[in-house]
Design a protein around this ligand. Sequence first.
Ligand code: BG6
Length: 470
Amino acid sequence: MKHTQLKPFPKDFFWGASTSAYQVEGAWNEDGKGPSVIDMREKYPERTTDYKVASDHYHLYQEDVRLMAEMGFKAYRFSIAWTRIIPNGTGEVNPKGLEFYNNLINELIENKIEPIVTMYHFDLPYALQARGGWSNRETIDAFVKYAKVLFDNYGDRVKYWLTINEQNMMIMHGKALGTLDPNLEDPDRELYQQNHHMLVAQAKAMDVCHQMLPQALIGPAPNISYIYPASSKPEDILAAQSFNSIRNWLYLDAAVYGRYNKTAWSFLEEKGYVPTIVEGDMEILKNAKPDFIAFNYYTSKTVEASNGEGNDKNNTGDQEIVIGEAGVYKGHNNPNLPKNEFGWEIDPIGFRTTLREVYDRYQLPIIITENGLGAFDKVEEDGTVRDPYRIDYLKKHLEQMQLAITDGVEVFGYCPWSAIDLISTHQGAKKRYGFIFVDREEFDLKELRRIPKQSFYWYKEVIASNGEKL
Ligand code: BG6
């Protein structure tokens, strides 16, 4: 639909950006922090670094917040490392861990930046995984206990809470992300049991949040991308519908309506992945209500029908590249879309489509908590970092977001990935997303100097003009 007049971005729109604890903080074992499953990852993909130092945000957070304030950020979405707060996942609370986030939150507030907190971004305490992780129902209680500690300590200053980052990607691409427990006997089936436990944990946390902090708002944060059929063949359309349900609606239907999506459920039945649901679980899901939907969007996906041959499994690969599920859908290269340097398709119009679809289905306000372009940025001889390709990506997505707003979608914030360069989930330090360059290489930490990129100055103007100057 063409619009003759665009609606402006809302007043008080949350312009900002995102990071996650383990990808940016470093200080992986300092001040009483316990190990997470990411820290204990046995092998890192070849030629990529570990997360021990990352961007050293733990020590340099004040400088980083200063730069965010210089860009004019209205919000900053970051995650809290569960293992800093409760090092073994369920026991003693670590005062030093509490102190770090207290300081960070205060620093943000002093700079008039709204803190938006992700409670759990891939980094489950390793001690919990050693006892079965999300396969063990005790992890639900551990998460609720952790949530209470967060609400108790930060609820006076943090109004916006995100429960679990990209639960759907942990289920479908846990191997690439480093969240998959290597000791699972039957991972495909077990993962959907873990998924169910996470859904229950999320629902309980949303409920506790509403009880403890009546002013606060909380929501899920999955990775949502609309799925296109490869052609108008009815079989392809059916495959796209199935994958939309399995990848997207399974997670949002459960979070918002407290029920399992039927198409996704029939997939679980067909594959033998149906989770055990104990009495009371569905009631817990039903009673919990998110206040908004946060989602991460990088690109759309395209699938065709699968003839059932072979044993395609998404779980083996990158989170933005679809492989398939035998007999259900098969990944298809969309010939209409360009790709980034890492093979991810780029689809700004798909962003508008996804926004419209999510809003139509759930009618809840939306905040975008990730969107961005990974690239091999470098420092030029004159000391600058030029990333016109990132500006182009973000600008095109913002244009489509404004069109979606004009279509009637209620969007209250945009926090692309990432505020500052950080370590990618499986492609190392060289895959950069930030507005702020961190001068380090994969295995050479150099001085970790911060350098505002060209996109930093561009985004500053976008924010200053409330999106009028894209
Ligand atoms: C999302 C994650 O999947 O995508 C982030 O929530 C991640 O943690 C981002 O970094 C980009 O992916 P990658 O693999 O390029 O780091």
